[in-house]
Design a protein around this ligand. Structure first.
Ligand code: NAP
Length: 247
């Protein structure tokens, strides 16, 4: 069923999984505020694509690691759309090194964007969602937050942190009409996974029970399910979308 006059904020919406989520939600009639950091051109192109689908769309710049920029981005969203109902915390990075070689700068950068960024955006979103008595928060974690991975201690810690954070948030807002859930993708075809060397890529593929990487649309499908009005009784949950790689 099409949502009525709902608006979603999607961080990291300009490409990859975030772009897939924007398009999927727009196909359901949901207006979209795209958060981007560097890629203004791609964000502007996506605004045109989404508007051509018949919804309102706008793109706002801001790094999620920076509270001042997040506050500006949320203020601009409120000015443009009046309000919002859905927050998808999708922005994220990897910066892989084995722990022995991982200096504190690389450690902190990933924690600051993936975990602190999620905190910044959820904290801002509650200022609107609590008075509205309605909200759908979907935080994008990763299979790596559940399994760990060689060379990804920073990323695994940030994504495991997102899970504990989301469960705590879900408890705090459970009676306020707001749900908070985690989507934990496995290996999905995006620019992030294009960085994986070919040999390792093939090894991973061989270990996935479905023998292939997932698509952004397959992640977006799950996000849109959780973002729906009708998903009101689902909160504090972690959903894998990983071709059976982690059960
Ligand atoms: P991607 O193609 O590298 O895109 C990352 C997105 O995050 C971009 O839109 C980028 O915006 C944005 N971003 C990065 N740093 C940011 C910052 N400081 N502030 C605001 N936005 C920022 O990545 P993806 O594969 O689509 O991944 C999306 C999410 O899914 C991430 O949280 C990732 O950890 C998670 N995930 C991905 C996979 C996978 O296999 N791909 C698996 C599990 C989980 P700009 O381009 O404008 O900088």
């Amino acid at each position: 069923m099409a949502e009525q006059n709902r608006t979603a904020i999607v961080t990291g919406g300009s490409r990859g999984i975030g772009k897939g989520i924007c398009k999927r939600l727009a196909a359901e009639g949901i207006n979209i505020a795209i958060g981007y950091n560097h890629d203004e051109k791609r964000a502007a192109q996506l605004v045109d694509e989404l508007e051509a689908m018949g919804v309102r769309a706008a793109a706002f710049q801001g790094s999620v690691e920076n509270l001042y920029e997040v506050k500006r981005f949320f203020r601009q969203t409120l000015e443009y759309f009046g309000s919002f109902d859905i927050l998808v915390n999708n922005a994220g990075i990897t910066a892989d090194k084995t722990l022995v070689k991982m200096g504190s700068e690389v450690w902190l950068r990933v924690i600051q964007i993936n975990l602190c960024g999620t905190y910044h955006c959820c904290h801002e979103a509650l200022q609107t969602m609590l008075p509205n008595g309605y909200g759908r928060i979907i935080n994008v974690s990763s299979i790596i937050g559940l399994t760990g991975n060689v060379g990804q201690a920073n990323y695994a810690a940030s994504k495991a942190g997102v899970i504990g954070f989301t469960k705590s948030l879900a408890l705090e807002v459970a009676t306020k009409g707001i749900t908070a859930n985690v989507v934990a993708p496995g290996f999905i075809e995006t620019e992030m996974t294009k960085k994986i060397p070919a040999e390792i890529y093939r090894d991973i593929e061989a270990k996935i029970p479905m023998k292939r990487f997932g698509t952004v649309d397959e992640v977006a499908r799950l996000v849109s399910f959780l973002a729906a009005d009708e998903s009101a009784y689902i909160t504090g949950q972690v959903y894998g979308v990983n071709g059976g790689l982690y059960m």
